[in-house]
Design a protein around this ligand. Sequence first.
Ligand code: CA
Length: 221
Amino acid sequence: MINILIVEDEFLIANLISETLEQAGYRCKCVYDGESAANEVEQTTYDLVLLDVMLPKIDGFELISYIRQYQVPVIFITAKADVKDRVQGLRLGAEDYIVKPFDVAELLARVEVVLRRYHKCDEILQVLDCTIDTVSRTVYKKGVSVELTYKEFELLLLLIKNKNVALYRETIYEKVWRDPFCQDTRTVDLHIQRLRKKMKWEKHIQTVYKVGYRFIEESDK
Ligand code: CA
């Protein structure tokens, strides 16, 4: 789960941010001054910090260089719409800047962009010698692009997300083709054959007798 630290001395805003992000599936912790924020970052691994500029004890501009030592991305959240501040924040290493009052959808979108930039979204999967980007739907094998059709890509994701699991042809069909299975095992078999060939994963996409297929990472056969 993605861990986000919210540093904001206005309780209502801190709560609003935290509720919004939690509904979107993130785990959040709120602290209300700069010193507590510094302690949190020392003690816990965060994927992102949302940082208010005007804070008791240590302000956001001072705090960011401290947080950056831990390689945690920071988005500033502040009431100051002043361009000068914005520039200073970004120069100090913030990934983005949100000005209060902000729209909840905007906040979520900016958080997602930064997390994606830091590959915190599981969008890039490293499997064997391949890099699979689930957002751009591209596959690279040892740096060389592998061209997959839409269904082949879906099939690939299904197999690797169910590593070591024997998947029934029926299940594969229903998940990839999103249709009820109609005794047409040939479609699945053909796509598996093509995928195996394109990925050069003959040993990793195994046929399971009377069942279907299974993806494995280790193969000494
Ligand atoms: Ca404040």
